[in-house]
Design a protein around this ligand. Structure first.
Ligand SMILES: [Zn+2]
Length: 251
């Protein structure tokens, strides 16, 4: 088989760059196909425009696919749509199944089961991606949403313990360390060195200008010393779940 095809499923504009930007840039630089499904924010919003810029910086060949639901904490993200977590899960699985069957990815990338740090939209996106990857392979389920397609592996982005140890003192000084997330090394399946792509990944993050202005966590990250930022941007960690024997390796 040729180069595997990637589909990234994210909840919010900026997560694609923060958590999986290095993997995406590496993949497209190597000639691989990659698409992004974004669950929240509607087309035409400022965050959608920023996301389109970020996706271009990462080198993705096509604009993001917007599911158009509202961010759990930002009703202005999609004024005419329900919140991602409140809308019909079956309708969402059907919609994502149709995209999977059309795009035919070998690998679906999303958040881990905790949504990396517990944001309800991230947890929901994880569940949605898992359910749709399974549903897409069924010849009987959602049969009007295209012919069945079997995704070979799921990759779940996670934050390693050591990364949270680096971030916690300056970003979350008021929260006891044992109440913050962080995946131990023993539970991480794939560590991707993206140090050569750190600058591009940071440019992807800062393309989300309105979020850089609003988010205390992103502003805090960008105020860290350059060497610490570089260390944090240089590694991405994933848990891998194979849906067929042998699964699919990243390139
Ligand atoms: Zn998010």
């Amino acid at each position: 088989m040729g180069t595997p095809r990637l589909l990234l499923v994210h909840a919010h504009p900026d997560d694609e760059s923060l958590w999986t930007g290095g993997l995406t840039a590496r993949h497209v630089d190597a000639g691989g196909e990659a698409d992004l499904v974004m669950c929240t924010w509607a087309e035409g919003t400022v965050r959608h425009r920023e996301l389109t810029d970020a996706v271009g910086i990462l080198g993705m060949p096509r604009p993001p696919i917007m599911l158009g639901y509202a961010d759990d904490r930002r009703p202005e993200s999609a004024p005419d749509a329900p919140r991602l977590c409140a809308a019909s899960f079956d309708e969402q699985v059907r919609a994502l199944t149709a995209h999977i069957r059309e795009l035919q990815p070998d690998i679906v990338v999303t958040y881990d089961a905790l949504g990396i740090y517990g944001h309800p939209d991230h947890v929901h996106a994880h569940r949605l991606a898992c359910a749709a990857a399974d549903a897409a392979a069924s010849t009987k389920l959602y049969h009007r949403a295209g012919p069945a397609w079997r995704v070979r592996s799921l990759y779940f982005a996670t934050i390693p313990e050591w990364m949270m140890d680096l971030l916690a003192p300056s970003l979350f000084p008021e929260i006891p360390r044992d109440q913050l997330p962080g995946t131990p090394d023993s539970e991480i399946d794939v560590t991707v060195d993206v140090s050569d792509l750190a600058a591009r990944k940071k440019a992807g993050v800062t393309a989300h200008r309105s979020e850089v202005d609003r988010s205390r966590a992103i502003a805090g990250f960008l105020s860290l010393p350059d060497d610490v930022q570089h260390k944090l941007l240089s590694v991405e960690c994933y848990q891998r779940r194979d849906l067929v024997p042998g699964g699919c390796e990243l390139i």
